[in-house]
Each structure stands twice: as structure tokens, then as C-alpha cells.
Ligand binder design. Structure first.
Ligand code: 2P0
Length: 335
């Protein structure tokens, strides 16, 4: 028996950056993301029962020790199903791992769905919305952002109650159909692993009373406006909200002690190029955000893509490569 699941990373427009309950992975605020197209960026995870006497993880072709969060999730499933056989986890990312490209979001979502299917062998390969939503509450405890990769399109991670794990879950806001003319450019400035991991970085922000208050105050109304902009297809409004959120997120990273500056000079040049293009066009035609790293993620509409690329690729921005993608049409692909 072998189960393979493919999921895609998601990019937050409204960020998760701090936990209210560290133990349960309940965030300080709800967050909102779009899931990238798995044809372009994905994690493929295959699970099978292992002949040896221990669980084994092969990550990108190399055997690695299992993270504590993975063993916790395995223990939870084993408790539920009474299945005790060791498991072989073979997982492959089609893009740089731990480099600020949201690899943990696709990794844990694929792992949790695959585990669910392996341990429920009579279940059909398609999961219901309710099942995916429930699994998001498990996946969240491997990596918070992974709960949003349970669905394609635009997804909200509802914060829920800080003491009720089942209430902190992913909800699909719209399928990719509503975002069909959204083009996403992933600009890889560096594929090196980040020096300060997200868990540690966000903890510093959450532990700073003024930064925490800033997030608790600003994010809820901003998230509601972002959802409205998406549902009403107001691109300029979404652009402004996402860039404001990104500026605040970067401020929350760079003003901790010690500071955690994720951007590189090349990232700053990309921001400048986007701003210049919008200024020339007297309109917000392109917007940017960053995950926890120097790689820029740019959003534009299909009608503006060519003129932006024509402008952008003429800019003397060295050492970056740009990959075009769009929004994931399907929920995770299982076989
Ligand atoms: C997000 N990030 O909303 C934010 C924006 C990175 C920047 O969620 O501690 O790997 O495992 O829950 O999910 C990355 O943090 O952190 C993240 P843990 P995770 O996508």
C-alpha cells in the first residue's frame, strides 16, 4: 500500500506572524493566502509501511531525522487508528526548501493528507471540504501556514479560540476561478536556507508588546478588507492592502532585538522596480509581498503581465531568476 499526495505552497497576503498559544499553534491573528499552482511549485509525498522497525524520512533524496513535529503528528494518527507499523516518508520539493518560499506549508499539508489516506485504506482519494478543514487543524501543528495549503484558490486560516484547537482551521474563501486572471511571479533572489527560521522570528515579534499590539489592532480590519477586495475583484485595493501588510510584517521582523532583516539589496531593487512601474502607469498594476526571506512574490493581472515583464526584465537586477505561476485550481491531488 502506497499513498502519494501533491500539494502546493501558499503565499500569505495577510501574514501569520506569531502564536497566541505556542503549544496548540493558535496564531495571534487570522491570515489569508493564495495557493500556488502545483504544476509549477509543489511537494510530492509518498508514504508506505516500512519493512524496518522505525519511521524513516527521505527528504529530497536524502535520509534525514524526523522533526519532533512530524513524530507528534504520527503519534496522534496512531492513537486514533491503532496502526503501529513504521512508515517510510519520501518527500520531494520541486523548489528550494526552507529558503523563504513557504516549503513547510506544502510539506506538512502533503504529509498529513497522505498519512490520513494511508491509515484509512478504504477511503477514496478525494477528501471532502470538512475532512480537509479538519486535517488543517492537525497540519497546523506541524507548521502553522501549512493549514492554508489544504485548499486551492484563496484561503483564510481562521484564528479560532486560543484554547480550542479544533476551531483554528483553514477555510476556502474562493476557488481559483475568481482569481483566474491573477499572474504570480516568484523571483528567486536566493535559494539558501534562511539563517533565522520563521518559528523563532515570529516568537520574537509576539514577545514584543508593542509589535504584538500593532498586529492585534491592524490585522483583523485589514484581513476583512483584503477578502472584500478579492471577492469584488478590486485589484488596486488588494494591491495596496497587501503591500501595507508586507511593510508592517517586515517592520515586525526588522525591529526585534536582535533585528531579523529578511530582505537583501536585490529584494529592495525589486520593490523599487514595482513601485516605478506603478508610478509610470499611474495605477497599481503590480504588487509584491515576501515570505520569510529575500525572494519577492509579485502579483499582476494577465492583461498587464507582458508590459510589466518587458519593463522588469530590462532592469539591471542581477542574481535573481523569475518563474511565472498562477493560482492552484484543485485541492490537493491524491493517489
Ligand atoms: C505566513 N510565514 O503567513 C507567514 C509569513 C512566513 C512569513 O507562516 O512556527 O513555518 O511552523 O508555525 O508556518 C512561516 O511560518 O511557522 C509563515 P510555524 P511557519 O505564511
Amino acid at each position: 500500500m502506497k499513498v502519494t499526495v501533491i500539494t502546493a505552497p501558499n503565499i500569505a497576503l495577510i501574514k501569520y506572524w506569531g502564536k497566541e498559544n505556542e503549544e496548540l499553534f493558535i496564531p495571534i491573528n487570522s491570515s489569508l493566502s493564495v495557493t500556488l499552482d502545483s504544476k509549477d511549485m509543489s511537494t510530492t509525498t509518498t508514504l508506505s509501511f516500512n519493512e524496518t522497525n522505525e519511521d524513516i524520512l527521505i527528504l529530497n533524496g536524502k535520509q534525514c531525522p524526523l522533526a519532533k513535529r512530524m513524530t507528534n503528528i504520527l503519534s496522534w494518527f496512531r492513537g486514533e487508528t491503532k496502526e503501529t507499523r513504521p512508515i517510510l516518508i519520501n518527500t520531494q520539493n520541486s523548489f528550494p526548501t526552507a529558503a523563504g518560499l513557504a516549503s513547510s506549508s506544502s510539506s506538512y499539508s502533503a504529509f498529513v493528507i497522505a498519512l490520513f489516506l494511508l491509515l484509512n485504506p478504504t477511503h477514496p482519494p478525494t477528501l471532502s471540504i470538512e475532512e480537509l478543514s479538519f486535517l488543517s487543524t492537525i497540519s497546523r501543528q506541524g507548521s502553522g501556514s501549512s493549514c492554508r495549503s489544504m485548499f486551492g484558490g484563496c484561503v483564510e486560516w481562521e484564528k479560532g479560540s486560543s484554547s480550542d484547537s479544533r476551531s483554528s482551521k483553514a477555510v476556502q474563501i474562493c476557488t481559483s476561478a475568481a482569481l483566474s486572471d491573477l499572474e504570480i511571479l516568484v523571483c528567486v533572489v536566493s535559494s539558501a536556507a534562511k539563517s533565522i527560521g520563521s518559528t523563532e522570528g515570529m516568537q520574537k515579534t509576539a514577545n514584543d508588546p508593542s509589535l504584538r499590539t500593532l498586529r492585534e489592532t491592524n490585522v483583523p480590519p485589514r484581513l476583512e478588507k483584503a477578502k472584500l477586495s478579492i471577492l469584488s475583484k478590486d485589484f488596486a485595493s488588494l494591491a495596496q492592502i497587501t503591500m501595507d501588510e508586507c511593510t508592517e510584517f517586515l517592520h515586525c521582523c526588522s525591529t526585534t532585538i536582535p533585528p531579523n532583516g529578511y530582505l537583501s539589496p536585490i529584494s529592495t531593487q525589486i520593490i523599487q522596480a514595482v513601485n516605478d512601474f506603478n508610478t509610470i502607469n499611474k495605477n497599481l498594476l503590480v504588487f509584491y509581498t515576501f515570505d520569510a526571506g529575500p525572494n519577492a512574490i509579485l502579483f499582476t493581472r494577465t492583461g498587464d503581465l507582458l508590459s510589466f515583464l518587458d519593463y522588469f526584465l530590462r532592469k539591471p537586477i542581477t542574481n535573481s531568476s523569475t518563474k511565472r505561476t498562477s493560482v492552484q485550481t484543485k485541492d490537493p491531488i491524491c493517489s
